[in-house]
Design a protein around this ligand. Structure first.
Ligand code: 13P
Ligand code: SF4
Length: 359
């Protein structure tokens, strides 16, 4: 097998040959050997925008996971090709909501809520999908007056939704939905969870009628690992520690932390510290380790003492990056992500609502 250094050189050579014809996007969770080749590094919202800002690139090589590459394909020009270096790089949370279950939930909710707007013109329910979802769920939101959010704009998006609807059906991540709605002052009593395997999601009608946010049952297996015990331990071991977690963490963890926010917010919080500070961070380990290396004046560690990578992000090995870039040099497009035109059109509506929603 090729050594890291050989792969590095092969990637550099292919990128130099391709020049502006290719843009490589990297999510913050990617390993360093991939990140060093990214033209843009960002959170999922920034990367969705980055794909738009490179209109000259014929190919967008997305070092992230499947739903991010789909989003780039939806937002990119039709003749731009989007490539996911390893097609097995999915997201287990995104896989927890599929279109059939969401359609079924929608039909059941319509039975309970009807379809008539209230006196203020607000429809009974607005579907909101987290960016971490398949393109056909984004398309569902586009068709049903709904919208997409990321962890960096979830509050803005929920406000947008409550201007237009009495309630929100939020999928797939229960934690982002709960944490965001709670921070907006909505009682957790008014946030029933929807389990697609049960009739009415396992709720009685009155609970659904009272609901402000109906939460899908999905979660991220990386962020679910963080606990309040870990935060208490960090506070005991490091008096004055600042705890920052991603809003995909459970509510009790977010409540016990000092800050919660997207990967970009976590980075900005560390970057803003002017005095040497200890940070305990509840998110993916590659990003935490990179922050620790970038800011040696601070003490930065992962809240979970057992290493917690996102195993699917990790499937973007530099060997795959070299492979798809060298193919592009030969004029071959490998591992292309193509969202069907009808799905794309509806999904774009929901994504553009997100891009236009202002705080
Ligand atoms: P960000 O939107 O913060 O980049 O998060 C994406 C993600 O997958 C977190 O698990
Ligand atoms: Fe999906 Fe969690 Fe990985 Fe993010 S960290 S891509 S939500 S599995």
């Amino acid at each position: 097998t090729a050594s890291d250094e050989e792969l590095h050189e092969r990637i550099e050579r292919a990128k130099a040959t391709l020049g502006d014809r290719v843009v490589v996007l990297g999510h913050f969770y990617q390993r360093d050997e991939v990140v060093r080749h990214a033209d843009f590094l960002g959170d999922s919202f920034q990367l969705a925008n980055a794909a738009l800002t490179k209109p000259d690139a014929e190919a967008i090589v997305f070092c992230g996971v499947h739903f991010m590459a789909e989003t780039a394909d939806i937002l990119a020009r039709d003749d731009q090709r989007v490539i996911l270096p390893n097609l097995a790089a999915g997201c287990s949370m995104a896989d927890m909501a599929d279109i059939d279950s969401v359609e079924q939930a929608w039909a059941e909710l319509e039975q309970v809520y009807g379809t008539e707007p209230d006196a203020d013109g607000r429809v009974p329910v607005i579907p909101v999908t987290y960016m971490n979802s398949a393109a056909d769920l984004k398309a569902f939101c586009g068709r049903h007056g709904g919208i997409v959010c990321t962890s960096s704009n979830a509050a803005t998006v929920l406000e947008w939704a409550f201007e237009r609807g009495q309630r929100v059906l939020f999928f797939p991540d229960q934690h982002l939905g709960r944490n965001t709605a709670k921070a907006m002052g909505i009682s957790t009593d008014l946030m029933p969870m929807w389990n697609p395997r049960k009739a009415l999601g396992g709720n009685d009608e009155q609970t659904l009628l009272d609901a402000r946010v109906v939460l899908w049952h999905g979660f991220c297996s990386v962020h679910r690992r963080f606990t309040v015990d870990q935060i208490e331990q960090a506070r005991r071991d490091h008096p004055g520690v600042q705890v920052i977690v991603h809003p995909e963490c459970p509510m009790a963890v977010v409540d016990a932390a000092d800050h919660a926010g997207s990967t970009d917010l976590i980075r900005k919080t560390v970057a803003a510290a002017t005095e040497p500070t200890t940070f305990a961070i509840g998110t993916e380990i590659n990003m935490v380790n990179r922050l620790a290396a970038e800011y040696p004046q601070h003490t930065i560690f992962c809240l979970d003492p057992v290493v917690c990578p996102c195993s699917t992000m990790y499937r973007i090995h530099p060997g795959y990056l070299a492979w798809v870039l060298e193919a592009l040099v030969r004029g071959e497009v490998l591992n292309e992500i193509v969202v069907p035109a009808d799905v794309q059109a509806d999904a774009k509506v929901a994504l553009e609502r997100m891009l236009a929603a202002k705080p």
